[in-house]
Design a protein around this ligand. Structure first.
Ligand code: BEZ
Length: 286
C-alpha cells in the first residue's frame, strides 16, 4: 500500500464569504451527466462503498449532539451509522433515487446540488465518502459551499477517488469507446485529484489542512466488473444506443479480466481503487 502524506502549509486567505447565496432547487440539479442511479443496483454492486467507509467514520469521530452534513449520502447507509452515534445528520445528494432510498431509512435526506450548497455556519462536521469525485464541474464551488456550511472550528472529513483511481477500468472504457468513434474524455464524469492539488484547493478556500493521504486500495467486487460498469459507468454507456451498451460492457470486462481478475480464492475481481482521504478544518476565528 502506497501512502503519500502531504506537507501541511499555513492556510491562505479565505475566499470571499460574502458571495451571493445560491440556494439550490431541483431545477438547478445537475448530477454527473448521463449517470442514472438505481437504488437496487447500487445496493447490489456498491454495498462495499459503505462497508469500506468504516475507517473514514473513525476519522470523523462523531460525537453525540453534533450536527453533521453527509455530502453525497447515496442511499444513506453511512448516514444512518453517523446518526446512530447520537448526531443530528442531514444527508444531501443530487440523485432523486438515492435520496428517496435514504429517506426510506427514516433519514433527513435533501435533494441538493453540492455545487450550490445554501447552508451557513450550521454544521459541526461535513462528511463525504466516495462522492466528491462525481463533482467535477467546479470542485472549488463545492469546497466553498462546505466551508460556508461549517461552523467556525467545524471539520470537513472526506474520502474520494484519488489520482490513478480506476485507471485500468477507465483506460478500457476509453479504448472500447474510441473503437466506436466516441471521445470518452468528453463525457468522463470523474475527477480524481492528487493530494497536492486537492489540498491546495482546500487551503485556498480558507481551510486548515490537518491530514491528507493518498493510497492504493485494491477493492474486491461482489461479482465481475460488469456489475460495477452497469452501476457506475453509465455516463460512458449512455453515449451509445441502448442495444450497443451490453456488448460494450462485456468487451470491457474481457479486456480487464487479465488485469483485475485475481485467482486467489476462486475468481475474485479487484477494482483498482486509489483513495484520497483528508481532514480539513474551518478556522475558529473565521
Ligand atoms: C470510487 O469510489 O472511487 C468510484 C466509484 C464509482 C466510479 C468511479 C469511482
Amino acid at each position: 500500500m502506497v501512502v503519500q502524506v502531504m506537507d501541511i502549509e499555513a492556510p491562505r486567505a479565505p475566499i470571499d464569504q460574502t458571495a451571493t447565496d445560491t440556494s439550490s432547487d431541483a431545477a438547478a440539479l445537475r448530477p454527473a451527466a448521463g449517470q442514472v442511479w438505481d437504488a437496487a443496483s447500487y445496493a447490489r454492486n456498491g454495498r462495499f462503498v459503505a462497508e469500506l467507509g468504516a475507517p473514514l467514520l473513525e476519522w470523523l469521530a462523531p460525537r453525540a449532539g453534533e450536527r453533521v452534513l453527509d455530502l453525497g449520502c447515496g442511499d444513506g447507509v453511512l448516514t444512518e451509522q453517523i446518526a446512530a452515534n447520537g448526531c443530528c445528520v442531514t444527508g444531501a445528494d443530487a440523485s432523486v433515487e438515492l435520496t428517496a432510498a435514504a429517506r426510506a431509512r427514516g433519514l433527513d435526506a435533501q435533494l441538493i446540488d453540492a455545487h450550490a450548497l445554501h447552508y451557513r455556519s450550521e454544521f459541526d462536521a461535513v462528511f463525504s465518502n466516495a462522492a466528491l469525485h462525481w463533482m467535477r464541474r467546479d470542485p472549488d464551488a463545492v469546497i466553498a459551499g462546505v466551508y460556508r456550511a461549517l461552523k467556525p472550528g467545524g471539520r470537513f472529513v472526506a474520502e474520494m477517488g484519488g489520482a490513478g483511481n480506476v485507471a485500468a477500468i477507465r483506460a478500457a472504457l476509453y479504448a472500447a469507446l474510441a473503437q466506436r468513434g466516441v471521445d470518452a474524455a468528453a463525457i468522463d464524469p470523474w475527477y480524481f485529484p492528487n493530494a497536492d492539488e486537492y489540498g491546495a484547493r482546500l487551503q485556498a478556500a480558507g481551510f486548515e489542512l490537518r491530514r491528507i493521504e493518498s493510497f492504493a486500495r485494491p477493492t474486491p467486487l461482489p461479482g465481475d466488473v460488469s456489475g460495477w460498469l452497469r452501476t457506475f459507468a453509465q455516463s460512458f454507456l449512455q453515449a451509445l444506443p441502448e442495444a450497443e451498451r451490453e456488448p460494450l460492457v462485456l468487451e470491457v470486462r474481457e479486456a480487464l479480466r487479465p488485469i483485475l481478475a485475481r485467482r486467489i480464492a476462486g475468481a475474485v475481481w479487484m477494482a483498482d481503487y486509489v483513495r484520497l482521504r483528508f481532514i480539513a478544518v474551518r478556522p475558529s476565528a473565521a
